[in-house]
Write a protein that binds this ligand. Structure first.
Ligand code: MG
Ligand code: ZN
Length: 225
């Protein structure tokens, strides 16, 4: 009996995702869903790319969390509109969560909506939020077996970020093997190494976001003088 129930949940989610997609299209927003396990650096990625993007883009953020507002406070400190979505223990965001959160977003002048999903490498990947693109994160401290263990996360990603790359010398993480595993699951996906110590990769991620079709039309590429 559990299979029809699961299907119903996903069907309900899919309807809400379509509504979100239609709303994003009507308003001209580009939505990026950021997924990965707890502590993999999703909020840190936002803190790195938002200052790089905000000159050319109006940004808003939805923060998914089980119970706290800690991540939303970090985004609020950047001066970007943010809505905290508490799932009350729920381990993933649904399109319905996002739809409710949009009611609480006080701004409509948005080019880019960034959604930080609940820290969990498993079920968030099952739930379409109506986004244009997905970024999947894996920290090098999480272990190089994860693409094989959580294939859906990497299969549905449009960009894969391997974070905390400055710690590579300290951990047993084979970047080449991970790239091979990821590309076996998702052959064309781009993989970027990032870390906050040297800022490696954050310009690449920023450029990737800015180059999304729907965003490029609004924000364009900023020439460096
Ligand atoms: Mg976070
Ligand atoms: Zn879940």
């Amino acid at each position: 009996m559990s299979i029809p129930i699961v299907r119903k949940v996903l069907e309900k989610n899919e309807r809400a995702a379509e509504e979100n997609r239609a709303l994003f299209a009507a308003r001209g927003w580009t939505c990026v869903n950021i997924l990965g396990g707890a502590g993999c650096g999703k909020t840190t990625l936002l803190e790195a790319v938002i200052p790089r993007l905000r000159e050319s883009c109006h940004i808003a953020v939805l923060e998914g969390d089980l119970a706290t507002t800690r991540d939303a406070e970090r985004i609020d400190a950047l001066g970007v509109p943010v809505v905290q979505l508490l799932t009350d223990g729920g381990c993933h965001l649904t399109a319905i969560h996002v739809s409710h959160a949009l009611d609480h977003l006080a701004v409509e002048d948005v080019d880019l909506l960034l959604i930080e999903n609940v820290g969990n490498p498993v079920c968030p990947a099952n739930f379409d939020l109506g986004e244009h693109a997905r970024i999947a994160l894996l920290s090098v401290t999480d272990g190089d077996d994860k693409p094989s263990k959580y294939p859906l996360l990497f299969r549905t990603a449009n960009l894969v970020v391997l974070s905390k790359s400055d710690l590579l010398p300290a951990v047993n993480f084979n970047t080449e093997a991970v790239s091979h595993d990821v590309h076996r699951i998702n052959p064309s996906v781009e993989i970027v190494l990032t870390n906050t110590a040297s800022s490696e990769g954050f310009d690449t991620v920023t450029h990737w976001i800015r180059s999304l079709d729907s965003l490029r039309a609004r924000c364009g590429t900023v020439s460096v003088h």
